[in-house]
Design a protein. Structure first.
Length: 153
């Protein structure tokens, strides 16, 4: 029985190494993947603890990198950044720390960029509605619109 447990643990570690060789994961997402691969919760937890101890998994680094990608590259709203990070199994406290680092000015810059590039400078009700659906607040959108209008004058 002991050898079966160690064999399962070794197989779980191999699975972790394989998954992490493709891309970074949060510890929560890896746990779900190991359980979906029919490893027991104990073995999944022990394999993840091993990987965290070796530095293969770092939730803080992953949360910061993924949050930056969503906010700066995909230009998602803070609401969507939080939601997507939660979907990836990142702990709530790390999500809060990561989302709090983005300033109001950076949010406005994202909105202005979207209005100028994605909506081709068409500051219309459709653009406002689309940005609202993306999770941006109406007050942020109108403030960005005013700044764009002031810059063009």
């Amino acid at each position: 029985m002991e050898t079966e447990y160690t064999e399962q643990l070794t197989a779980a570690k191999r699975k972790l190494n394989y998954l992490l060789s493709k891309r970074d994961y949060s510890s929560g997402a890896l746990r779900e993947k190991l359980i979906a691969a029919e490893f027991s919760e104990d073995i999944a937890d022990e394999a993840i603890a091993y990987a965290v101890g070796k530095g293969y998994i770092n939730d803080e680094r992953y949360a910061e990198n993924y949050g930056d990608y969503l906010f700066y590259n995909r230009r998602l709203s803070l609401f969507d950044v939080r939601r997507k990070m939660s979907e990836r199994g990142i702990p709530t406290d790390l999500i809060a720390v990561t989302a709090d680092k983005y300033t109001d000015d950076e949010v406005l810059e994202n909105i202005k960029w979207l209005l100028l590039h994605k909506y081709q400078n068409k500051i219309s009700e459709k653009a406002i509605a689309a940005l609202s659906r993306k999770g941006y607040r109406y007050s942020e959108i109108t403030k960005a619109q005013k700044e764009i209008e002031e810059d063009t004058e």
